[in-house]
Every structure is written in structure tokens, then in C-alpha cells.
Design a protein around this ligand. Structure first.
Ligand SMILES: Cc1cc2nc3c(=O)[nH]c(=O)nc-3n(C[C@H](O)[C@H](O)[C@H](O)COP(=O)(O)OP(=O)(O)OC[C@H]3O[C@@H](n4cnc5c(N)ncnc54)[C@H](O)[C@@H]3O)c2cc1C
Length: 403
């Protein structure tokens, strides 16, 4: 059976689902495909959380998905403290200094997905096909065709790859990536602490990699992301809870008092990557399919949400002007708009990792000075805060406030 769509999106993760929502109630007929539905949120915190910028919050508000997240569970980050291991340098950010109620939100990935998918069920022009197994992806001069294992063939004017870092869509299009395996893993877990976090995110740059404590809605509970070289990460993952907690306390210090409990841990390989192109005729890549960054800046999925909002704006403009949404000239506008920001973030997170993971005395002195000087320079600090919160930059309409 053949079904014709304007757009087929492969990958219903956070970015693919957000893109489908941005196209809700439009004239475009859209299919969103995933091989498995996301796990539903429950009373236990998801090990995977994302620091969500204010720009991403605006996207969620504008597509009508934010209320679904707030109703489930979100936690504000009002302050942020960053320091380097054994050094004198530190920096402190406070949302009040830029006149905002918070700098970011910590939201469990399952909560984000549940709210985005709940929202797309309210649009009649979006079809959520999940679970499906894809047998073949074909790109031709006049469009794309996705063949499912059950025999259905989905034809589209535009195929979007939102299928993550190991994107089959990207491979089918023959698009190469530049990538750097960091030989590191990010260990994630939920911990409880003796003292309350007071809505403050904390990150220490250890010479072995950054360790972040992200505040959750329960005042004594944080989600941690601990990045370390593979050997060290595997060793930490293999420890029993008591030994892990002892290592964690030693690495983090006593900013939150005793670290009392830790949930099961999981480790994710970290890599920097960037696709050489985001588009081809009848094809676009968004989110991790196009780029991956180091989690130390909490920006990865936020870049993906901006990709989604930008691509939607470009496509809806083209459709309103009776242009072919699969034409490469149309899609290139999206690519030009997003590439600079994304490359900058891949490089910045790579550079930070290098600066802070090196224990040469000169670098260690520089990072201490750098943190302290930046902390003392109010305009620079405010600029960093506004930029990291997504309040600056060439934002698509959906990422701006008050539409
Ligand atoms: C430890 C860690 C911490 C992080 N913390 C943050 C943070 O605080 N803030 C932040 O912004 N980012 C963070 N990130 C990055 C963020 O998690 C990713 O950028 C984000 O998950 C990418 O979303 P995505 O939808 O593009 O891809 P994915 O999450 O990889 O989703 C891809 C989807 O496509 C589906 N799929 C794949 N192939 C197929 C196929 N062939 N057929 C059907 N379906 C398919 C998958 O099932 C999946 O649902 C972190 C990453 C790590 C590793």
C-alpha cells in the first residue's frame, strides 16, 4: 500500500517529536515514525534529564507542549556555580542578574517526550506511526520513499532524519560526518544529598572531566552527569553504591553535604560530530543526526529544538508561497541558518573539555584566572548567561517569546 505525505520524519525522539508538533495544524501532511514508543514517566526520576534553555521553553510554549511538561515535573535552575578542581577559580551565575526568574529548566527526557507526543495526538495532519520497522529508504529526483517491513510505502516530498547520532537517513543520503570520538563516557544517575540544592546547578571541572549536579523538583535530589575517560568511567560504573558515593563525594566536595543515595547508573559514550551537510534535495537532518556536542554545556538537544523550529519556519514559509518544500534551494536556507551556531557549539564544548581536562600548570592557572576574571566582569557574565539561556542569537520565530 502506498501513502503520500508531504513530510516523513524518521525518529520520534525529543527533536523529531518537537518538529512534528511545530508542523501541527498546518496544511502539510506529516508522518512521524519511530521503532519504539518512549518509556512513560512515573514516580521515579528518569536517569536521563536535559537542561532546557529559555529558548527551548519558548518553543514548547508556542507549540502548546510546555503545560504538559509542567503538569508532569520540571525544575527551575535559578543559579549556577562552576569551579575547577583544586583551583581557586570559580564563577557564579544568578538569573536575577539578567532579570529572569530562572536560567534554565531541568526536565526528564521521558517527560519531554510524553508531553510532545501527547500534543501531536491533537493534530489531525500529523500521523504518529510507532512502532514501525523500516525496510528501505530511497531518495529520488522527485521525492523520497520509505518502505516499512509490513509492506507499506510512504512517499514524501521531504524526508527528515531525526534518527539520532547513528542516523540511517544520513547514511542513506551518503552524507559524511566529521567526528571526534572523545573516548569518554557520561555517567548519569539520580542522587540525594544532605543539604538542599536551592535550585542551583553546580559543575566542577575535574582534570578527568566535568561533573554536574542538576537540581530536580525534590529539594534534596539532583541528577548527575559525570564525564570521564572510558577506563575511569567503566571503573566508576562497576563500583558498588557505597564505593561510588565515596568517589563522588571526593570529586564533588561538600557543597551539598553528604551524598546519601544513588540510583542505578548508566554510561553513554561521548563524541563530537558534525554532518558535512544538513540537507540534500528532498532531505534534511535535525538534532543529533546532524550534530553531537559534549554534554558539559547542556546544549545538545537545545540545538536540536532550534533546528526543528527553524526548519518548520522555512518549510511553512515555502508552503505559504507555493514553493516545493523538498527543493534544495528552500532547504539550504535552513542549513545556512543553523550551521554556524551548531558548529560553534561543537567547537566550544570540545575546547572547554580540552582546557579543563589538562593539568599543565599554565593551563590550570589560565582557567583559574579565566573563571575569576569572568566572574568579576558583569557585562561579560551577563552576555554568557543570556547566550547560554538562548535569549540571544538569530532565533526562529517559535523560539522567541510572546508570539
Ligand atoms: C549524558 C548525556 C547528557 C546530556 N545532557 C543534555 C542536556 O542537559 N541538555 C541538552 O540539551 N542535551 C543533553 N544531551 C544531549 C541530548 O541527549 C541529545 O542531543 C538528544 O537526545 C538528541 O535527541 P534526538 O531526538 O536528536 O536524537 P535521539 O534522542 O537519539 O532520538 C532518535 C530517535 O530516532 C529513533 N530511531 C533511530 N533510528 C530509527 C529507525 N531506523 N527507525 C525508526 N526510528 C529510529 C530512536 O528510536 C529515537 O527515538 C545529553 C547527552 C548525554 C549523552
Amino acid at each position: 500500500m502506498k501513502i503520500n505525505y508531504d513530510i516523513v520524519i524518521i525518529g520520534g525522539g525529543m527533536v523529531g517529536a518537537a518538529l512534528a508538533d511545530t508542523l501541527g495544524n498546518s496544511s502539510l501532511k506529516v508522518a512521524l515514525l519511530d521503532r519504539a514508543p518512549p518509556a512513560a514517566p512515573d514516580e521515579h526520576y528518569d536517569q536521563r534529564v536535559s537542561a532546557i534553555t529559555l529558548a527551548s521553553q519558548s518553543v514548547f510554549e508556542n507549540i502548546g507542549a510546555w503545560d504538559g511538561m509542567v503538569r508532569r515535573r520540571v525544575s527551575p535552575v535559578r543559579e549556577m556555580q562552576v569551579w575547577s578542581e583544586g583551583g581557586s577559580g570559580s564563577i557564579h551565575f544568578n538569573a536575577a542578574e539578567i532579570g529572569e526568574p530562572c536560567l534554565a529548566w531541568i526536565v526528564e527526557n521521558r517527560v519531554i517526550q510524553a508531553a510532545l507526543i501527547e500534543r501531536l495526538h491533537q493534530f489531525t495532519n500529523i500521523h504518529y506511526l510507532c512502532p514501525v520497522e523500516i525496510a528501505d529508504i530511497a531518495l529520488a529526483d522527485n521525492g523520497a520513499a520509505v518502505t516499512l517491513k509490513d509492506g507499506r510505502i510512504l512517499n514524501a516530498k521531504l524526508l527528515v532524519g531525526a534518527d539520532g547520532a547513528d542516523s540511517a537517513v544520513r547514511r542513506a543520503a551518503g552524507i559524511e560526518t566529521q567526528s571526534l570520538n572523545l573516548h569518554q563516557k557520561g555517567i548519569v544517575a539520580t542522587v540525594t544529598t544532605e543539604r538542599p540544592h536551592e535550585a542551583t546547578a553546580r559543575q566542577v571541572f575535574l582534570t578527568t572531566g566535568p561533573l554536574a549536579f542538576l537540581p530536580l523538583d525534590e529539594p534534596h535530589t539532583c541528577s548527575i552527569v559525570w564525564s570521564a575517560d572510558n577506563a575511569r568511567a567503566d571503573q566508576l560504573l562497576a563500583l558498588d553504591d557505597a564505593a561510588f558515593l565515596s568517589e563522588l563525594e571526593q570529586a564533588f566536595g561538600d557543597a551539598l553535604g553528604k551524598i546519601k543515595t544513588v540510583s542505578p547508573r548508566a554510561g553513554f559514550p561521548l563524541a563530537l560530530s558534525h554532518a558535512k551537510a544538513y540537507t540534500a534535495p528532498h532531505l534534511a537532518l535535525v538534532g543529533d543526526a546532524a550534530h553531537t556536542v559534549h554534554p558539559l554545556a547542556g546544549q545538545g538537544v537545545n540545538l536540536g529544538f532550534l533546528d526543528a523550529a527553524t526548519l518548520a519556519e522555512v518549510l511553512l514559509d515555502a508552503a505559504a508561497n507555493q514553493k516545493d518544500i523538498g527543493a534544495h534551494a528552500v532547504l539550504r536556507r535552513y542549513e545556512r541558518w543553523r550551521k554556524g551556531d551548531n558548529i560553534a557549539m561543537v567547537s566550544v564544548t570540545g575546547g572547554f573539555r580540552y582546557l579543563f581536562s589538562n593539568d599543565w600548570p599554565v593551563l590550570s592557572q589560565l582557567r583559574n584566572w579565566g573563571l575569576s576574571l569572568t566572574d568579576a566582569a558583569t557585562p561579560v557574565k551577563n552576555l554568557i548567561m543570556r547566550r547560554a539561556s538562548g535569549l540571544e542569537g538569530d532565533l526562529p520565530k517559535l523560539a522567541r517569546r510572546a508570539l
